[in-house]
Design a binder for this molecule. Sequence first.
Ligand code: 5GP
Ligand code: ZN
Length: 112
Amino acid sequence: MDCVFCKIASGEIPSKKAYEDEKICAFYDLDPQAPVHILIIPKEHISSIKEITPENSGIVAHIFEVAVKLAKENHLDNGFRIVNNCGEDGGQTVQHLHIHLLGGRSMKWPPG
Ligand code: 5GP
Ligand code: ZN
């Protein structure tokens, strides 16, 4: 499958890793939108949050736990934002489930 995030997970495409275990990995976004911008993905190819089921939903909890750990490690003590873009209207450009951890600046609401 021609999926850029599967290739990052396998190491075929290089990335600056922030975290890795047997189920997920985290790496710095190529085009950061905040001083800290980390993507966290399951190593298994799941195309979007719409593919989450009662059988695989544990991976989402695990991703959030690691996001909070990375926020602490990056000293985002004043707050941070976790984003999931889903589908065309949601602005999803890579069809492999990922969450964005953004921090280090004040965020606007609502997002554009
Ligand atoms: P989306 O728009 O799908 O929510 O987010 C995809 C994100 O992946 C974008 O922020 C984009 O900058 C990032 N991205 C796309 N290709 C690569 C890549 O090859 N390496 C890294 N580190 N980030 C990427
Ligand atoms: Zn993939």
